[in-house]
Design a protein around this ligand. Structure first.
Ligand code: ATP
Ligand code: MG
Length: 265
């Protein structure tokens, strides 16, 4: 497995997230109120890996966009280490449901962007880190290509590399592996866990895939729709490091089935 040799020492940054009684109501085009979230409450301890699962439209991406500081809650607030989140921050890295790459920049420049904007990492360090991220996402040597020259799955891997670039204290991932084939997806699971075990970001990971949530997480939050809210908070007491053979373990199957039962359909 490739590991990120630029992350050779553990980063001491930690981030506690407190989602405190948030509600979000959108106005639909015909003027009706859409209650995307109602009184949603949960906490993440520093360095925890938490997944959110739930049916389409239950408010998962809305929660993530609020934690990212991209939209404001209608009621309630989200706190990062006790301070209210009131806008985007460089301590929060985001990988969206679909790759959001700048078409006029090369793959390498797209990945480097958060570090270039933060202006703290020396140029040679940026280059070194971009190269190890390209290796991690299995696109070594593709730094000079443009996004339009890549497949959808490749573009998604580039956007994941970009989210990891600035070693964020909080990593928000919205169905980041949905567009990947099964083998690449399993590879990315192990890569993500390897990175996380070194830098211990606090991770919020949204997925529709229950086994993916169980494999990766310390906890899985289950959401329901209408109105969007958290209906269960399950501890995943499976030993770490997680390895591929865990997917065949009876306890793994039991936990996955129990969570599947909880998801409204
Ligand atoms: N900008 C918006 N304007 C109006 N309604 C919105 C807006 N964004 C989200 N919604 C509504 O809020 C609800 C929650 O949407 P959200 O995108 O958070 O769901 P989700 O759980 O991420 O779904 P999926 O699994 O399909 O990605 C949905 O009913 C959606 O239509
Ligand atoms: Mg979504």
């Amino acid at each position: 497995m490739t590991t990120l040799n630029t992350l050779d020492k553990p980063v001491s940054k930690t981030a506690a997230i407190n989602v405190s009684a948030i509600s979000k109501t959108f106005k639909s085009r015909n003027g009706e109120d859409v209650v995307a979230l109602a009184d949603t409450d949960f906490k993440l301890n520093p360095g925890e890996f938490v997944s959110i699962v739930g049916p389409s439209g239950c408010g998962k991406s809305t929660v993530m966009r609020i934690i990212a500081g991209l939209i404001e809650p209608t009621k309630g607030a989200v706190f990062l280490n006790g301070a209210v989140i009131d806008g985007p921050s460089e301590s929060v890295g985001i990988a969206f449901q679909r790759p959001v790459l700048l078409p006029w920049l090369t793959v390498a420049r797209n990945i480097a962007l958060p570090a270039e904007l933060a202006g703290k990492m020396p140029k040679n360090k940026i280059e070194e880190r971009v190269n190890s991220l390209l290796e991690m996402i299995k696109l070594p040597g593709s730094g000079s290509r443009y996004p339009s020259e890549l497949s959808g799955g490749m573009q998604q891997r580039v956007s994941i590399a970009r989210a990891l670039m600035a070693e964020p204290a909080v990593l928000l991932m919205d169905e980041p592996f949905g567009a990947l084939d099964a083998l690449t997806r399993e590879h990315m699971h192990d890569e993500l866990l390897a990175i996380w075990s070194q830098n211990r970001s606090t991770v919020v990971f949204i997925t529709h895939d229950i086994t993916e949530a169980v494999y990766l997480s310390d906890r899985v939050l289950v959401m329901a729709a209408k109105p969007g809210r958290v209906i269960a908070d399950i501890n995943i007491n499976l030993p770490r490091p997680r390895r591929a053979d865990l997917r065949g373990d009876p306890e793994f199957a039991r936990m996955s089935a129990a969570i599947r039962e909880l998801i409204p359909h």
